[in-house]
Design a protein around this ligand. Sequence first.
Ligand SMILES: NC(=O)c1ccc[n+]([C@@H]2O[C@H](COP(=O)([O-])OP(=O)(O)OC[C@H]3O[C@@H](n4cnc5c(N)ncnc54)[C@H](O)[C@@H]3O)[C@@H](O)[C@H]2O)c1
Ligand SMILES: OC[C@H](O)C(O)[C@@H](O)CO
Ligand SMILES: [Zn+2]
Ligand SMILES: [Zn+2]
Length: 383
Amino acid sequence: MPDGGFADVYSPRKVLDDPSFRVLESNEKPSPDANIAAFYNPNHEIHLVEKPRPRPNPGQVLVHVRSTGICGSDVHFWKHGRIGDSMIVTDECGSGHESAGEVVEVGEGVTQWKAGDRVAIEAGVPCSKPSCDYCRVGRYNACPDVVFFSTPPFHGTLSRWHLHPAAWLHRLPDSVSFEEGSLCEPLAVALAGIERCGLRLGDSTLICGAGPIGLVSLLSVRAAGAEPIVITDLFQNRLDFAKKLVPGVRTVLIERGSTPQESADKIRAAAEGTVKLAIECTGAESSVHAAAYSTQFGGKVFIIGVGKNEQLLPFMHLSANEIDVSFQYRYANQYPKAIRLVAGGLINVKPLVTHRFKLEDAVSAFHVAADPSQGAIKVQIQD
Ligand SMILES: NC(=O)c1ccc[n+]([C@@H]2O[C@H](COP(=O)([O-])OP(=O)(O)OC[C@H]3O[C@@H](n4cnc5c(N)ncnc54)[C@H](O)[C@@H]3O)[C@@H](O)[C@H]2O)c1
Ligand SMILES: OC[C@H](O)C(O)[C@@H](O)CO
Ligand SMILES: [Zn+2]
Ligand SMILES: [Zn+2]
């Protein structure tokens, strides 16, 4: 079976020097079957690009991408040009990694997919070589040679036609929409965290941050039986959204300028005690501290949020309370579980979608996603 490798298709290239890629004029209307995509670049621009419709090589599948959610990281790469020290926008780069679609064509040797199959597209494709320890043991989120779509230098899945290795697509049952299929990507992040954080039925749990990741984490800990659940945010409208999503959740508005201890006082009051588990989904240092001060002896602060390269920890509080601190980096082996949980009705991700745009209007979609005054949670681009 060919491995569906795709170095030729996805290796970094100077898009603007390549005549087969063309940046569309801002008022230009693309033809209905053109392979358009939204690209960001080091000048903090975002624009539509037309690129060739690829043909699948052996082991590959051509997918008509039907739904893609905009992730905060896409907006961050566009606006700030980097995440941390290793992910840097140095060239034009295609956006999007939360995608689902329909198989249109399969390459030689692909037997498990046929035209018309509905799939979620796994956003990170690791090398899968037996010589790679991380791939071999299944912790493939650590693969040093992973191709993670829309993290530079790899173009994203947000295009009309996307080529993917057959082994890294996941079947969607008819009951799961393309939109829900694309939301399986952020859900996979939360589920990977839930798997590793040791949450047990009835554990009192804090979620810090009510953005998309905090909200899918909220849905996940609710499904896993956490009680009570407290969620924090700096914005009341995000807390209101969380309350509508999971009516039983207790909300705490964090006031800018308050100390982490003051925030923790409010969190403990809402939880009626310290929490056993804090799932941190902001990456903000003050929020990590508030989580630590809210957690009970022997509890855990589990950090999904990403933030500044170097941060302080309330060392002696963590030490004197035997509080574990753990981190999550993307995910491995979570898509099938995410799809089962959505199909089985245990997790309803549908309400997270607040805005929908056509592929032709992807640039407008990005502007809405990047503007907090629009109140978007998840912006979807659909074709
Ligand atoms: N570990 C991973 O693999 C992984 C994967 C995806 C996203 N992330 C990270 O998860 C985090 C959340 O992602 P998102 O898409 O939900 O982002 P987001 O920015 O939409 O949401 C973060 C929320 O946290 C709130 N917030 C900020 N500071 C706060 C504070 N001090 N106290 C309480 N709330 C605060 C914000 O108001 C916002 O609503 C980001 O840091 C993102 O980069 C990590
Ligand atoms: O959903 C996955 C995340 O967005 C990625 O890790 C990205 O932030 C960096 O590559
Ligand atoms: Zn993402
Ligand atoms: Zn590997």
